[in-house]
Design a protein around this ligand. Structure first.
Ligand code: SIN
Ligand code: CO
Length: 378
């Protein structure tokens, strides 16, 4: 990792002193960074069905939010100032965006959400708010004034179509220029106002709420827990109130439900599948003319292999998780697949064990991995 990215701090020091604790402003985090796409390329993305985009306008303290996909026409009728376009998951479309995210490898991939890119002309922004995410706000083209506050008052403006703090009291303020970066822990109030035509790159890290995890774990259990037997009452006693639920029924069902058990293996499997589950709008495209497994194996040993930009991959114990599925693998295969999960690519995928090749081939047929080195098309 380049030492400038964290202003000369080592990742270890950053994690100890700042991560989830306090903001960090880094001047020249990525010296010379001008951005990864132009404003019109961002607009093109916002017009795609498979991208999530929002257009936020602000007029006399009245906020309006529209959701994409947009048409080019939507952008020709905008005011000159005070609007912003935000596109999520830009890393699904640009290899350079994935490379940018990989620079943040000092935070585990299990915490990563996406790269969101915004464009705003002067005065544009999303208003004062706080996020439940950790975020690195990296400035691309132009300038943005960031005001931040550790305020406890989290009351929001009522009836606004987006989260706007009712009483934002800025405590610190900076103007960020290309390559500068501001890290904010979750819940830290902030307000970014474009000073000129500006683009901001938000590297966002998710932290699911315990309620969300509980709901999802219960869904996982539905598919993985088996409780044998069936309710029975051969000794049914005559009830004077047939409309009542008997104590026998409550206790028999209670005993059956008490058999629902889970252990660390279930928790690992749940976390791996849940965190790698693609977002609902994400689809993979299988190769139009797939090569045979033999040819695939030859090609990856020469040209390498990379994850599709939309793929999410994690590892834990015997399991490799890819796009919402768990794949138990042997020790040798695990070593190379773990490298793929860490780097999103295997530059020269030769000498792989046959189990690993068979699995990679299956993923290739699903469109989860591609032949070739990062940034190059096969
Ligand atoms: C923006 O890029 O305008 C908004 C980023 C944020 O405040 O989280
Ligand atoms: Co924010």
């Amino acid at each position: 990792m380049r030492t400038e990215l964290l202003g000369g701090l080592s990742p270890r020091t950053f994690l100890r002193e700042y991560w989830q604790k306090k903001p960090l402003l880094v001047r020249g985090a990525l010296p010379g960074f001008q951005g990864l796409l132009t404003h019109s390329e961002l607009i093109d993305l916002a017009c795609r069905e498979d991208a999530q985009s929002r257009l936020i306008t602000q007029k006399n303290a009245i906020w309006q939010v529209r959701h994409g996909p947009f048409t080019l026409d939507s952008f020709s009728r905008l005011p000159r100032k005070k609007w912003t376009l935000l596109v999520q998951d830009v890393n699904h479309f640009l290899p350079a965006a994935r490379d940018l995210l990989l620079q943040f490898n000092f935070i585990p991939h299990s915490r990563l959400d996406d790269l969101m890119v915004s464009y705003a002309p002067a005065g544009g922004g999303v208003g004062p708010h706080f996020d439940s995410y950790d975020v690195f706000l990296l400035q691309g083209m132009g300038h943005r004034c960031w005001q931040i506050s550790a305020q406890r008052d989290k009351r929001l403006v009522m009836d606004a179509p987006l989260k706007i703090l009712h009483d934002f009291k800025p405590e610190q303020e900076w103007i960020l220029e290309s390559g500068d970066m501001l890290y904010l822990p979750p819940g830290y109030a902030h307000h970014g106002i474009a000073k000129d035509n500006c683009m901001t790159y938000s590297i966002g890290f998710r932290a699911p709420s315990y309620q969300e995890l509980t709901n999802q774990f219960l869904i996982y259990l539905q598919d993985h827990v088996v409780v044998e037997g069936m309710y029975c009452d051969p000794g049914l006693a005559l009830q004077s109130h047939p409309g009542r639920i008997s104590s026998d029924m409550v206790s028999q069902i209670g005993t059956a439900l008490g058999k629902i058990k889970w252990g660390p293996t279930d928790i690992e499997r749940f976390i791996g599948t849940y965190l790698t589950e693609p977002k609902p709008h994400v689809f993979f495209t299988p190769p139009p003319r797939p090569v045979t497994q033999k040819r695939f194996s030859d090609q990856i040993s020469k040209s390498g292999l990379r994850l599709d930009l939309k793929s999410r991959m994690l590892c834990r114990g015997k399991n490799v998780f890819l796009n919402g599925e768990a794949y138990p693998v042997g020790t040798k295969a695990r070593r190379s697949l773990e490298k793929l999960a860490d780097r999103h690519a295997l530059p020269i995928a030769g000498g792989l064990d046959t189990g690993a090749v068979a699995l990679l081939y299956q993923w290739y047929l699903y469109g989860y991995v591609e032949i070739g080195k990062p940034g190059l098309t096969a």
